[in-house]
Every structure is written in C-alpha cells, then in structure tokens.
Design a protein. Structure first.
Length: 456
C-alpha cells in the first residue's frame, strides 16, 4: 500500500479524488511513448491505490451495516428500500468504472485522421489521445492500423507513416513503404520517383479506356513505351493491381510496347501514323500549289514510305529483343534470324527483280540492327561491295543490297559465335574482338580478291 501511494507522491490516507489528480499530473512527465516502463509502473500504482481505497470504503460500509444489525435499539433496515442500495453504490464507487474502449471505432478514427491530417497535427493527436495510454490497447491498435495500411489500400503521407511507426514502435517493411509511395504517386499524379516526369502518362493510365484516344497517343513517338514502363513499375512496387489505374489502358500500352506483339493494334498504329504523315504531306502540297496528279503521287509515296519504315523499325526491335535473350543461343534458327532475313532478301532480289522494295525491306532491318557497331559493319559492307563490283556477272542484284546483306550476315555470324563460346547473350557480345578482327579480314581479303579479279 505504501509503495503505490509513495510512487504517486501521496500520503497513505489520500482519497480517490487526490489519487486521480496525482495520476493526471504525473502523466505529463511519464509519457507511454517516451518511458513505457515508467508509465507501466505508474499505471499499476494508480490501479492499486484505487483498489485499496475502494476496498477500505467497502470495509467501512460493511462494518457500519454489521453494527447496525448488532444493536438491539436500532430497527432492522428495510432491505427493499432503493435508498439503501443507492447509499451502498455511492460508497463502493465514487465514480462509474472506465468504459470499455471500442477498438474498431478507435481504429477507424485513427485511420481517418492519418489520411487527412498533416504529420505534425497527427502526432499531436496521437500523443494526447487518452485511449492510447494503455500499452496493450496501443499495441493492438497499432498492429491493426499497419495491417490496414498494408492490405486495405489505406493511403497516408510518407511523413504520417513515419509518425505511426515512431509512435507505435513498428518498423514497417520496405514493401509497405513502396505501396504507399505508389498510392501517393497515383493520387497526386506525380511520378517523378518512378522515372516519369510527364503527368500526361499517369493521367492516361488512370483514364477509362477509350480506343480512339489511346490509339492516337500510341502513335506519339515514345509514349507507349513510357506508359508501359510506368505501368510495370507501379505494379511491381505495389505487388498487385494498382488502385486507380485502368486495367485495359495498362494492357493496351504494354502490348504496344512489346516488341513481339504483332496483333491488330500494332498494325492500327502503323496505319494511323502513316495516315497522319500523309495528311501532313497533303497540307504541304496544298500550300506550295502542286498539281492534283503530283499531289496524289506524293501522298501515296508518303503513306507507303512511312508505313514501310515503321514495319522495318518494329522488325528491328523484335530482332534486338531476341539478341538480349540468353536462351536465344540454344536455337540457331532464332539466333541467326538476321542472316535468314538477309538471305531471304537476296533470294527475292534474284528471283523477283521486279520487287526491289521487298528485298530491301527484308535486308534493311537485319543490317541496321548493328548500327552501334558501325565501323565493323561498314568494313563487312565495303569488302562485300568491292568483291561484287569486281565479279563479271551483270545479272547480280544491286551492289547496295549485297553490301547490306554482307554486313548483316558477317556481323550476326561473328557475334553469335563469340556469344556461344563465352555463354553470354548476343547483345552482350556487341563490340567483341572476334567480330572486329573478322571485319578487318573481310575488308582486306575481299578487297584484294576484287582487285585480283578485276585486273588479273
């Protein structure tokens, strides 16, 4: 008894009102978030002191009732009288017991404040909420709040998440922080943290899918790749379908960005882009005042040229993606795809000379695939050209076509051999010494052979 009252700084004969005042005063210096152990001792002393005082009141009330019954001059009390019961109740407890905390309501209240308040205001609110003084209640409420943040799509500011972690003593996992960062980015349309500084991208992903606008934006150079990259980053960091993003928008732009996709949306973007280019050419022709016949010819050429260039570009992207796959090495038919395209272009040029555009359309992607190794490819092309020009065969295809095919075949074969020998992807083999040495050998050897044929 003495220890509890001494901890509260009270004499042993203090009443219940004094105990509560002392407890309220000491709470200002012994906060549960600053000194949990000290607060626990203070709370236990407070409960013990209250129990002792109420026990004394009960003993006094019982002694008074016993003396009244033992006295012969005192009439027996009327036990049915409500006044007697009221007197006993007031003696047993000066105040009603503390009501039980509705933890579900408290959790919902805290979550609502966490979503709306600034971190500083929310910290002050938590520190002065009386229901959070009990350590066990605080622990359960904190766990429930963090579960809601992690699994129920509750969105809070990063600063508020730090306040919650500090107050409740939790260290949120990294994936919880990433999920909150994703929700914050979608809500504020600020995706700088995800390497996308243009708000139009996230706005389009949030907008309900409509194919006309999505198709037009997919024709804007680079937009589909940015939208697909942002969609994949947000989904990967969130770990699930991101709330607020339209699933059909995500699927559409990820398909357009996929180098191996050859469905109807791919051809739709090619045709729409070619149509826009044709309209631009038509407007330019109208400004300069070209004759209708020439204007129609220019529009047709523009449409075919743009559509063909886009097809070549998509073919190059697919070939480059194949080069980056390590599994490509195990299938020569796939690894040497540029070689087969170049051979197919030469076959078309030889057997269908009336379709030179088709032959170049097959050979160009295979040759331009090696633009980063320009000088190696140039040596293969020049060496092949010298040999072809020296051959006494007038029916050979265009020397330009043969030079491009020679560059594609030589570069692809050497890169594939080096990658297979060192067990790396073909893309990682770019710039290897085998290809460089082979290009010099072909350049010098075919050049000498061409000179020997021409002047021998």
């Amino acid at each position: 008894m003495t220890d509890a009252f001494a901890l509260l700084g009270l004499p042993a004969d203090a009443d219940e009102r004094a105990i509560k005042r002392a407890y309220a005063r000491l709470l200002k210096t012994t906060r549960p978030d600053e000194d949990p152990a000290g607060f626990q001792h203070l709370h236990e002393a407070y409960q013990e002191a209250l129990s002792l005082i109420r026990g004394q009141v009960l003993e006094v009330a019982g002694a008074d009732a016993y003396s009244a019954e033992a006295s012969p001059d005192t009439p027996a009390p009327d036990t049915s009288s409500p006044a007697l019961h009221a007197g006993h109740s007031s003696a047993l407890a000066h105040e009603p017991p503390t009501p039980r905390i509705d933890e579900a309501t408290l959790r919902a209240e805290l979550i609502a404040r966490a979503e709306g308040d600034l971190p500083s205001a929310f910290r002050h609110y938590l520190e002065h909420h009386p229901a959070l003084y009990g350590l066990e209640v605080k622990r359960r409420i904190g766990q429930a709040i963090f579960e809601s943040i992690a699994y129920e799509e509750v969105q809070v500011r990063p600063g508020t998440l730090a306040v919650l972690a500090e107050f409740f003593g939790f260290t949120p996992p990294e994936w919880v922080e990433r999920r909150q960062q994703v929700l914050q980015a979608v809500s504020t349309e600020n995706t700088d943290a995800f390497d996308e500084d243009r708000p139009l991208t996230i706005r389009q992903l949030k907008r309900a899918f409509g194919w006309p606008l999505a198709l037009v934006l997919a024709c804007v150079p680079g937009f589909a790749f940015r939208a697909a990259r942002l969609s994949q980053r947000l989904t990967a960091d969130y770990g699930d379908d991101v709330p607020g993003l339209d699933g059909r928008q995500q699927v559409f732009f990820e398909r357009i960005a996929d180098p191996f996709y050859a469905g109807p949306w791919r051809w739709a973007t090619v045709l729409v882009t070619a149509a826009f280019a044709t309209l631009a050419i038509a407007s330019l022709c109208a400004v300069v005042g070209l004759a209708p016949e020439r204007q129609q010819r220019m529009m047709g050429l523009a449409f075919v040229a743009v559509a063909g260039m886009l097809c070549i570009w998509h073919a190059m992207r697919a070939l480059w993606a194949l080069r980056e796959r390590p599994a490509t090495l195990h299938s020569p038919w796939i690894a040497l795809m540029p070689v087969w395209l170049a051979v197919a272009g030469l076959w078309v040029a030889w057997w269908l000379p009336q379709l030179p555009a088709l032959a170049f359309a097959l050979v160009l992607p295979a040759a331009l695939l090696h633009f980063r190794q320009f000088f190696d490819a140039l040596r293969f092309a020049v060496g092949t050209s010298w040999l072809v020009r020296a051959l006494p065969m007038p029916d050979l295809p265009s020397p330009w076509l043969l030079a491009l095919a020679g560059a594609a075949i030589g570069m692809t074969a050497c890169d594939w051999a080096y990658a297979k020998r060192h067990r790396i992807s073909i893309a990682a083999a770019a710039g290897n010494r085998w290809t460089t040495i082979a290009s010099f050998t072909v350049f010098v050897g075919l050049g000498i052979a061409g000179l020997a044929i021409r002047y021998g």
